[in-house]
Design a protein around this ligand. Structure first.
Ligand code: NAD
Ligand code: MN
Length: 349
């Protein structure tokens, strides 16, 4: 056996405490049966830590996280802590400090799941979003005073170039080789004009990829009316955030959707999380769907160099959903998080 990969585990808040243990159970089993040991270290950071100490994370948290091979995050947020505090003192600093500039989010309707789009099946909904994750609308720069607020979006040529290149490279490796760029260069006459210009330039290096740009509002409509024509979608931080909740919804449930925050150069740890939040409306009931977290764990194993273990987990997810016997309430059933976790583990060799 090789030396264990060191994973920092941050369950966070709400259903993070339910889906992360489920993810760890499935991950451990898949990784160890493949001779790929994982060593987990838990951190109790999040809103409870904030209530106790006035900080979401320890003061030296980012320095400590820097030493890990990857970060496995549940969800952050609680009703009594302002969301901009919890997100800005934790999720966004981690993404920025570790230059996790790619947020990769598959959006796939799996067999056995009933999506909300009438007449659409798994062949129609199979997309992946490449979201810019380090700048753009989430720069944090601005001000708020009695007269109003101002929020600045920062788009650097380098920042756009690297995310767009990543997206084209991904599209070139996928069977359909399609790329849609989400823009809004009609109304956002500085940033999105630059975005479009960079996309045009990078596209010249990928003649094998057919691409086009869509204004983001039209693209949102298209994801609903004609998802079968979409494959890779590249978008800014805000656009990607919004489009991927839509993508998760048309894939059957927000509870199924995984996300990877990647530093592709591997200079820093990458972070893996379900895309959903802490779901205070169902937290504590033991009914959260753990599949988004489990699938995010598979993306982590893939990134760490255990693609076989990752595929085993993805097959287990597909098999349990195709079976249809075990469904959490978000999928229309009555199964608990624990039932689903057991069913997934039972599908691993
Ligand atoms: P949410 O994703 O927590 O919940 C939206 C809806 O989806 C809720 O009805 C919830 O019950 C349902 N849902 C989400 N995950 C589910 C799962 N695994 N199984 C079953 N149902 C699930 O979004 P929200 O309600 O807008 O936000 C709640 C809190 O989470 C807020 O504090 C928000 O800031 C935070 N949040 C954090 C992150 C993050 O940590 N990256 C992301 C999004 C939202
Ligand atoms: Mn989001």
């Amino acid at each position: 056996m090789s030396a264990p990969r060191r994973i920092a585990v941050i369950p966070g808040d709400g259903i993070g405490h339910e889906v992360i243990p489920a993810g760890l159970a499935v991950l451990t089993r898949a990784a160890e049966s493949g001779g790929f040991p994982l060593a987990f270290e838990h951190f109790d950071w999040g809103c409870e830590h904030y209530r106790r100490t006035g900080r979401m994370m320890a003061a030296d948290a980012l320095d400590r996280l820097a030493d890990f091979d990857a970060i496995y995050l549940g969800a952050i947020g609680a009703p009594d802590v302002p969301d901009h505090v919890s997100i800005w003192e934790m999720v966004l600093p981690i993404r920025q400090r570790f230059d996790q500039y790619v947020n990769l989010r598959p959006m796939k309707l799996l067999p056995g799941v009933t999506g909300p789009l009438a007449g659409r099946g798994p062949a129609d909904v199979d997309m992946i979003c490449v979201r810019e994750n380090s700048e753009g609308e989430y720069s944090g720069i601005g001000c708020l005073d009695a007269d109003g607020a101002r929020e600045e979006a920062i788009f650097t040529r380098r920042g756009i170039e690297r995310i767009v290149r990543y997206a084209f490279e991904l599209a070139a490796r996928r069977p359909r080789r399609l790329l849609a760029s989400a823009t809004k260069s009609n109304a956002l006459r500085h940033s999105m004009v630059l975005w479009d210009e960079v996309v045009e330039q990078v596209a010249r290096d990928f003649p094998q990829v057919s691409w086009r740009k869509y204004h983001v509002d039209a693209l949102a409509a298209r994801m609903v009316t004609a998802p079968q024509g979409l494959d890779v979608i590249v978008g800014s931080n805000l656009f990607g955030d919004i489009l991927t909740d839509l993508g998760a919804a048309i894939s059957g449930s927000l509870g199924l959707a995984p996300g990877a925050n990647l530093n592709p150069e591997r200079l820093h740890p990458s972070m893996f999380e379900p895309i959903h939040g802490s779901a205070p409306d169902i937290a504590g009931q033991g009914i959260a769907n753990p599949i988004g977290a489990v699938w995010a764990g598979a993306l982590m194993l893939d990134h760490l160099g255990a693609p076989e273990a990752a595929r085993r987990i993805e097959h287990a997810i597909a098999a349990v959903l195709a079976d249809g016997d075990v469904r959490t309430p978000d999928l229309g059933g009555h199964a608990t998080t624990a039932d689903m976790t057991r069913a997934l583990a039972a599908r691993l060799p």
